[in-house]
Design a protein around this ligand. Structure first.
Ligand code: NAD
Length: 298
């Protein structure tokens, strides 16, 4: 069993900590929000006064933070993980951030003799609670093999995809597919509704064919039922597509679909919809048509 420091105890970090405790690891936790620390401490963890204090008593430090700037602050900043981490320990950043930032943080860790993996996740809160996240990992084979059992206490699929940064490139690929799928579903359901069809009938007719997908099955019922309670927030998906576009620019590739959907997400945030589920991308297309996707009798 390992001594693990955990920084970032939000929607994802909280349940991930519970699964690490369940697997028998000793946890020392930190978040800038004291109530979140208290909740995890009530489940059996100890509290640290800072990220560096958590790192000082740990062999492994996991971070689960909103985006790259928070990861840079919590790992590289004053009172951050690297101030406390001993040479030979391992930092695993499980946040979804720019691969460029992952590489920068990884290089800073390496310069201090600290191992680093970027290991973002897919699956959302339900899979964080069940311990069945899909975890995509960037780093060296040797460090990955050592950390595999710890990662397996939070996920059912743990895959090494390449060097540091590759985990986040893979996560961005995942986020592009999900966002463009939701937008395409929105256009399809708006068209069908305007044509006078019941969107439930259209969904049932196409879900078993080539257009069927996990995204369609999860999100079409939410849209038709007008339930936009998050799941995964518009503002986080906007951040992921922004990171995808920054990576694309540095690699000199065009991502026209990603760019369009990112603009839709930004417009929705300006309408005050940043905390709705990302299925609400559909409302942007509804706005252009002046209708809502609903069954005819609803
Ligand atoms: P969240 O906002 O609920 O949690 C982030 C936590 O980090 C907050 O509790 C915040 O107080 C804390 N924090 C911020 N700055 C800090 C600092 N400097 N030091 C210590 N703590 C700090 O976010 P979340 O939904 O848990 O997502 C975390 C990451 O996981 C994001 O990168 C997100 O894109 C990714 N993700 C989320 C989901 C999802 O469905 N929510 C799914 C897959 C991946």
């Amino acid at each position: 069993m390992s001594n693990i420091g955990f920084v970032g105890l939000g929607i994802m970090g909280g349940p991930m900590c519970r699964n690490l405790l369940k697997a028998g690891h000793r946890l020392v936790v930190y978040d800038i929000v004291p109530e979140l620390v208290e909740r995890v401490v009530a489940g059996g963890a100890s509290a640290a006064a800072s990220a560096s204090a958590a790192a000082a008593v740990s062999d492994i430090v996991i971070t689960m933070l909103p985006d790259g700037p928070e990861v840079e602050t919590a790992v590289l900043g004053p009172g951050g993980v690297l101030e406390g981490a001993r040479p030979g320990c391992t930092v695993i950043d499980m946040s979804s951030i720019s691969p460029l930032v992952a590489r920068k943080v990884g290089a800073a860790c390496e310069a201090r003799g600290v191992n680093f993996l970027d290991a973002p996740v897919s699956g959302g809160e339900p899979k964080a609670v069940d311990g069945t996240l899909a975890i995509m990992v960037g780093g060296s084979e040797e460090v990955f093999q050592k950390m595999q059992p710890v990662l397996a206490s939070m996920g059912s699929s743990v895959t090494l995809v390449g060097a540091v940064g590759a985990g986040n490139v893979t996560k961005l690929a995942n986020q592009i597919i999900v966002a463009c799928n939701i937008a395409a579903m929105g256009e399809a359901l708006v068209l069908a509704t305007r044509a006078g069809l019941d969107p439930n009938a259209v969904f049932n007719a196409i879900k078993g064919g080539l257009a069927g997908s996990t995204v369609l099955n999860a999100k079409a019922p939410m849209v038709i039922g007008r339930n936009f309670k998050p799941g995964f927030r518009i503002r986080l998906h906007q951040k992921d597509l922004r990171n995808a576009l920054l990576a694309a620019e540095s690699l000199k590739v065009g991502l026209p679909l990603t760019s369009s959907v990112q603009q839709m997400l930004m417009a929705l945030m300006n309408e005050g919809k940043g905390d709705l589920d990302h299925s609400a991308i559909v409302t942007f297309i509804e706005g252009m048509a002046g209708i809502e996707v609903r069954p005819p009798d609803a």
